[in-house]
Design a protein around this ligand. Structure first.
Ligand SMILES: [Cu+2]
Length: 161
């Protein structure tokens, strides 16, 4: 192979006039900007977008049964427990001997017998939810207080880690 000396190419030798060089630089800057925007958007998506919102736990009630046998949450974590009632009868969920900080309640009725009791009730058909925070760790039983439903299997284990 013939020896080709490496000589830096000047603007004149490259055949590009300063106007063309400026145009190329402008396009390159635009590409850089787009890449940075894309990276930012990807990072935002990777973070889930709204990391501050409560975690939603979906529980369906169908044929007098809960879809989940156990629910695990973290102490002090904001959690939205959502019950989608697919049955033709009302259901509820209650945990005895646990006091939680209730943050909001939507589409459900609260028939708690004690302040701070984790309890809410969902009519036949709709979806109801309760957003709360548990401040004590432990293992508890959740169950449906509608007569006979607990015995039919409407209960499960709530673990607060
Ligand atoms: Cu029930």
């Amino acid at each position: 192979m013939a020896h080709v000396p490496k000589v830096p190419i000047s603007r004149e030798e490259s055949g590009l006039c300063p106007v063309e060089v400026r145009k190329i630089l402008k396009v390159m800057r635009l590409i850089c900007l787009l890449v940075m925007l894309l990276a930012t958007a990807t990072a935002a998506l990777a973070c889930g977008g709204d990391t501050d919102g409560p975690r939603v736990i979906e529980l369906t009630t169908r044929d007098t049964a809960y879809s989940l046998d156990s629910i695990t949450i973290k102490k002090d974590e904001q959690v939205t427990l959502r019950i989608k009632n697919e049955d033709a009868v009302e259901h509820d969920i209650q945990v005895d001997d646990l006091t939680v900080e209730k943050l909001s309640n939507a589409g459900s009725h609260d028939h708690s017998t004690k302040p701070g009791q984790l309890h809410f009730h969902v009519d036949a058909g709709p979806t109801g939810e309760l957003t709360f925070r548990a401040t004590t760790a432990g293992t508890y039983e959740y169950y449906c207080t509608v007569e006979g439903h607990r015995d039919l299997g409407m209960h499960g284990t709530l673990t607060i880690e």
